[in-house]
Ligand binder design. Structure first.
Ligand code: C5P
Length: 397
């Protein structure tokens, strides 16, 4: 799966460094060669000897090792790899990367490399949630660094929350994904999927019947063609595909924030069934049932994420694809929608109950673009996704 691939593994100084020993084994099991680099702090958590024994290679630790400079300069070390993987990426390493600092071997390699970089952050939950770390994270994403994890759970420091490094097998999946060959390799694509839930109070919400199946299939198909996919999903019935960066949201406003944070991207596919309205002033506590009196709900409009991204004057993805789920005059409504929103393509489908499409496994779509309306035969949602992904690949390369 990874044979012939070389991973430059930069091990940062955090307790999660111990997981790197297993990570190295897993990467090698799949055929990858691993060149380990350790920061000085990393050597406080795991020994260079264990790392080198598992990697079967020398560990690089010091920027000013003249022998290595003669054998293989640090610039070259950073470029012979197919991927530079930073695990664990500590708050400190992320900050240095975001600033472009190069005070030691690890950060110098990261600044000098021209190969894709992936980070697996690991830190205390407060450090992860700190605005400085979140700022650094968005800078790094903007620099096309891909991110795996962190996961939520118990932490070595006794706290609970997001900050645990992704498990070795999750990191391996992300690496396999990042190195997948295909026409979309090196392309970053944002996909929205699923319904949104708009709260009425803490226990009730407004939703729709979207299962997330079509969006999930599209994300998987793009991933299979080698794209780096950021999958921004509402509460869906189906699990997210492997090998994509998952951003879980509930409301339309959270989905908008997730999408904007995932940009820049080469393309964006808006397959989510976003609620058009939300309840004004959702109650903080459960609304009590009062005999004989009905509550009144007032609505306000949700942000139209597709229209906003389509009309961005700066940083608009090169290809923006929207969906139009209609129950009548499908082509006419979808064509008008394309013009109104300003997206490049609209994938239109008839979701009237008789079609069984909403929540079902099949879809019959019409692709509307500059070239007009092209009706595709009814087929499985997976097949629609593969066909759409292939068309996206044609358009981007
Ligand atoms: O306006 P309508 O909901 O029919 O548009 C459907 C398309 O717009 C879909 O691609 C959907 O993902 C996107 N959309 C959005 N934000 C909204 C509403 C719809 O991104 N608030």
């Amino acid at each position: 799966m990874l044979s012939g691939k070389r991973i430059l593994l930069i091990i940062g100084g955090g307790i999660a460094a111990y997981k790197c020993l297993d990570l190295i084994r897993r990467l090698r099991e799949r055929g990858a060669a691993v060149t380990p680099v350790m920061t000085r702090a990393a050597a406080e958590f795991v020994t260079p000897l264990s790392v080198s024994a598992l990697a079967g290679e020398k560990v690089y630790t010091d920027l000013f090792d003249l022998t290595d400079e003669a054998e293989m300069g640090h610039i070259q070390l950073s470029r012979v790899a197919d991927l530079v993987l930073v695990a664990p990426a500590t708050a400190d390493l992320m900050a240095k990367m975001a600033q472009g600092m190069a005070g030691d071997l690890a950060t110098t390699l990261l600044l000098a490399t021209d190969t894709p970089v992936m980070i697996a952050p690991a830190m205390n939950v407060r450090m992860w949630e700190h605005p400085a770390t979140q700022r650094n994270l968005s800078v790094l994403k903007g620099d096309r660094v891909s991110v795996v994890g962190p996961n939520e759970g118990d932490m070595a420091c006794g706290e609970y929350g997001p900050g645990r490094m992704a498990e070795p097998l999750e990191i391996v999946d992300a690496v396999v994904g990042a190195l997948a060959d295909g026409p979309l390799r090196g392309k970053r694509i944002v996909v929205t999927s699923g319904p949104t839930h708009e709260p009425i109070d803490p226990v009730r919400y407004i939703a729709n019947r979207s299962s997330g199946a079509q969006g999930t299939a599209i994300a998987a198909a793009l991933r299979a063609l080698g794209a780096e996919v950021v999958f921004v999903t509402g509460p869906a019935d189906v699990p997210p595909p492997d090998g994509v960066e998952v951003v879980r949201v509930e409301t339309a406003r959270e989905m908008r924030a997730g999408v904007l944070a995932a940009l820049p991207a080469d393309a964006a596919v808006f397959a989510a069934a976003v609620a058009d309205w939300r309840v004004v002033g959702a109650s903080e506590s459960k609304i009590k049932k009062v005999e004989g009196a009905l509550p009144t709900l007032a609505f306000e409009e949700n942000p139209d994420i597709l229209a906003e991204v389509s009309q961005m004057s700066e940083g608009r993805p090169g290809l923006v694809v929207g969906f139009a789920a209609e129950t009548n005059d499908v082509i006419e409504n979808a064509t008008n929608k394309r013009a109104r929103k300003g997206c490049d393509w609209i994938v239109a489908n008839d979701v009237s109950p008789a079609t069984g499409i909403m929540g079902g496994t099949e879809n019959a779509v019409t692709l509307i673009s500059d070239a007009g309306a092209e009706a595709w035969p009814r087929m499985g949602k997976d097949a629609v996704a593969r066909q759409l992904a292939a068309r996206i690949a044609d358009a981007l390369v």
